[in-house]
Design a binder for this molecule. Structure first.
Ligand code: AMP
Length: 528
C-alpha cells in the first residue's frame, strides 16, 4: 500500500470529470475523464480474470497492437494493479515474438485486428498462452481468430471499480528492451518505479497547466507510456495517432490545437524536413520534449528556429530507469551555450556517478566514465536473467552501459554506449563525439560512426553518412571534422549514401546492422 502506485494517480484524475481525456483519431473516438476511467476500470476487472495472480508471479498480459486509445486504456488498467503489462514491439520478427512470449510466459494476449492472424499462426509455439483477446473495432473483425472479443468482455462487467491498491513493489510492467544491442531482455518495473517516474518529470518541464499532448511514439516503448503518465496529474488530454507520419503529425498539431509533443530526434527532423512544413504549424505548441537518441546541433538549431516561443526540453534515460534520468531544461535551452550538447542534469531524486569501466572506481572530475544511476524508478530485475541482473545492478546502482563526462556544474555530456566505443591505435574514440562533429556539417542529414577491424589500428573509425553524395564529398567532410576533433578520431573511411540510416522503432540507429553490412562487404571484397 502507499501513495506510490499508479492507481492513486489514476483515481486522483476523477476530479477532471467531463474534461476531455483521450482522443483516438484513427477511430474517431473521444472520451471524457469520466468515460475513460469507467472504461479503464471495466478493463481492469476483465484483466483481473485473465491474469489471476495479479503480478505475484509474472502472470503478465501481453499486448501486440498498433497505437490507439485501447492501448492507453490497457496500460492504465494493467498499471492500476490489474495485471503486469507486457507490451510487444510490433516490428519484431515472428521468431522474436515467440522468444519473448515464451520468456515472459504471458498467459493472455490482447491483439488488434492487424495482429490477430499472425499470433494465431504462432500459437502452436506458445505453450504458456491460454487466452487471445481481440480488441475488436466492429463486426468485420469478428471473423479474425480469437478466444474472446474485448467488446463482449467489457460489456459483461457490471462492476466498474479499479482494483485494490497494489503494493509498491508489485510488478506493473514487463518491457523487453535491447533491440539495438542484442537479444531482448525483459525489464521488470514496479508500481513504485513507474509512479515515481511520472512525478519526476513535473519539476523538470515547464508544464504550467493542463496540456493537449499528441502521442505518436510507439506504445511499446517507455517514452510513450511515461509521457501520458507525466501529463496525467494536471489533467489535459492525450490525442493518439496510430503511427508516426510527419505530415499527419504536423497537420494534427494545428487541427487539434496540440500544446505538447514528445519525440525522438529523427521524428523531429522528418517533421521539419517535410515539404508541407511551415513554422506556423507549430503555433499552438508550448512544450517539446525530445530524447531517446543523440540530438545533432544542426537539428536542434533548426527546431529552436522553427519554434522560437516553445519551451524545449531534452530527456535522457532508459527503460531500466522507467524513462527519464537526466534533463536539459527549457532554461538551459534558452541559455544557448555549449551545454546544448549535454543531456542536462539528474532529474529530481536521481543520483548519478561516473565510474571506471574496469574497476568501478569513481573517475576523476571531467574524465569520461561509465554512467551509474540510482533512484527508486530503477527496474527490479531483468526477468529470468539473474546473471544479467547482477551485472547490471551493483550495490543498488544501475550500470547504464553509457559513457560520459560531467562539467563543473554537473551537466552530463554523453560520450557513447560503452559497447560502441572504438579503440583505434590504443586510443578510445567515442562515436558520439565524432558523430556530433560530422553532423555539424550543413549537408549531413544523419551519421553513424562505427569501428571496422583494421590490421594496423586494431579498429578504424568508419562514418556512414546520410547526405546527397552529389553535393557533399568525403574530402570536404574530412576537412570539416578535422577542424573540430583530434586527428585520430577523424573517420578513416567514409560511406556516403543517399538513404536514411537503419533505425529501430524507437528511433535509435541500428549500429549492429551497419557493422554486419560492412563486415559482409569486406569479406566479399578482400581488397576492401
Ligand atoms: P531505451 O531503453 O531503448 O530507451 O534505450 C536507452 C538508451 O538510449 C540509453 O542508454 C542511451 O544510450 C540512449 N539515449 C536515451 N536518451 C538519450 C539522449 N537524450 N541522448 C542520447 N542518447 C540517449
Amino acid at each position: 500500500m502507499g501513495e506510490l502506485n499508479f492507481g492513486r494517480l489514476l483515481r486522483n484524475s476523477r476530479r477532471f470529470g467531463d474534461d476531455e481525456a483521450l482522443v483516438d483519431l484513427a477511430h474517431g473516438l473521444r472520451f471524457s475523464y469520466r468515460e475513460h476511467l469507467e472504461r479503464v476500470a471495466r478493463l481492469a476487472a476483465v484483466l483481473g480474470h485473465l491474469s489471476p495472480h495479479r503480478g505475484q508471479g509474472m502472470d503478465s498480459v501481453a499486448v501486440l497492437a498498433n497505437a490507439g486509445s485501447t492501448y492507453v486504456e490497457l496500460w492504465r488498467a494493467c498499471c492500476s494493479g490489474a495485471a503486469v503489462i507486457n507490451p510487444l514491439n510490433t516490428r519484431l520478427a515472428s521468431a522474436e515474438i515467440v522468444d519473448i512470449l515464451n520468456d515472459s510466459a504471458s498467459a493472455a494476449i490482447v491483439v488488434d485486428a492487424a495482429h490477430a492472424q499472425p499470433i494465431d499462426d504462432l500459437r502452436p509455439q506458445l505453450p504458456h498462452l491460454r487466452t487471445v483477446v481481440l480488441a475488436d473495432r466492429g463486426p468485420t473483425d469478428r471473423s479474425l481468430p480469437h478466444d474472446f472479443l474485448l467488446s463482449e468482455l467489457l460489456e459483461s462487467q457490471d462492476r466498474a471499480a479499479l482494483p485494490d491498491e497494489p503494493a509498491e513493489d508489485q510488478a506493473a510492467v514487463l518491457m523487453y528492451t535491447g533491440g539495438t544491442t542484442g537479444r531482448a531482455k525483459g525489464v521488470v518495473l514496479s508500481q513504485r518505479a513507474i509512479t515515481l517516474a511520472a512525478y519526476r518529470m513535473q519539476p523538470v518541464v515547464d508544464i504550467g497547466g493542463p496540456q493537449s499532448f499528441l502521442s505518436f511514439m510507439p506504445m511499446f516503448h517507455v517514452g510513450a507510456s511515461s509521457s501520458w503518465s507525466f501529463y496525467l496529474p494536471l489533467g489535459g488530454r492525450t490525442v493518439v495517432l496510430p503511427a508516426f507520419d510527419a505530415a499527419q503529425v504536423n497537420a494534427t498539431i494545428g487541427t487539434e490545437q496540440i500544446t505538447a509533443i514528445g519525440a525522438v530526434p529523427t521524428m523531429l527532423a522528418m517533421m521539419l524536413d517535410h515539404t508541407d512544413f511551415e513554422p506556423r504549424m507549430f503555433e499552438s505548441l508550448e512544450l517539446v520534449v525530445y530524447g531517446g537518441a543523440p540530438m545533432t546541433p544542426t537539428l536542434l538549431a533548426r527546431l529552436m528556429d522553427a519554434a522560437p516561443n516553445v519551451s524545449i526540453h531534452q530527456a535522457y534515460g532508459m527503460t531500466e530507469m522507467s524513462g527519464i534520468a537526466t534533463a536539459l531544461t527549457a532554461a538551459d535551452h534558452r541559455a544557448a551555450d555549449r551545454r546544448l550538447q549535454s543531456v542536462g542534469r539528474p532529474a529530481l531524486g536521481v543520483e548519478l556517478e561516473l565510474r571506471d569501466r574496469a574497476d568501478a572506481s569513481p573517475t576523476s572530475s571531467g574524465d569520461v566514465g561509465e554512467i551509474w544511476l540510482r533512484s527508486d524508478s530503477m527496474m527490479t530485475s531483468y526477468w529470468n536473467r539473474p546473471e544479467e541482473t547482477n551485472a547490471a545492478i551493483v550495490d543498488g546502482w544501475y550500470r547504464t552501459g553509457d559513457a560520459g563526462h560531467l562539467d563543473p556544474d554537473g551537466y552530463l555530456f554523453l560520450a557513447d554506449r560503452v559497447k560502441d566505443m572504438i579503440v583505434t591505435g590504443g586510443e578510445n574514440v567515442y562515436s558520439l563525439e565524432v558523430e556530433r562533429a560530422v553532423s555539424s556539417h550543413p549537408g549531413v542529414i544523419g551519421v553513424a560512426v562505427i569501428g571496422r577491424p583494421d590490421p594496423i589500428w586494431g579498429e578504424a573509425v568508419h562514418a556512414v553518412v546520410y547526405c546527397d553524395p552529389n553535393v557533399v564529398t568525403p574530402e570536404e567532410l574530412d576537412q570539416h571534422t578535422r577542424a573540430l576533433i583530434a586527428g585520430y578520431k577523424v573517420p578513416k573511411d567514409w560511406t556516403l549514401q543517399d538513404e536514411a540510416l537503419p533505425m529501430s522503432a524507437a528511433g535509435k540507429v541500428l549500429k549492429q546492422q551497419l557493422r554486419q553490412r560492412f563486415a559482409a562487404a569486406a569479406s566479399e571484397d578482400p581488397s576492401a
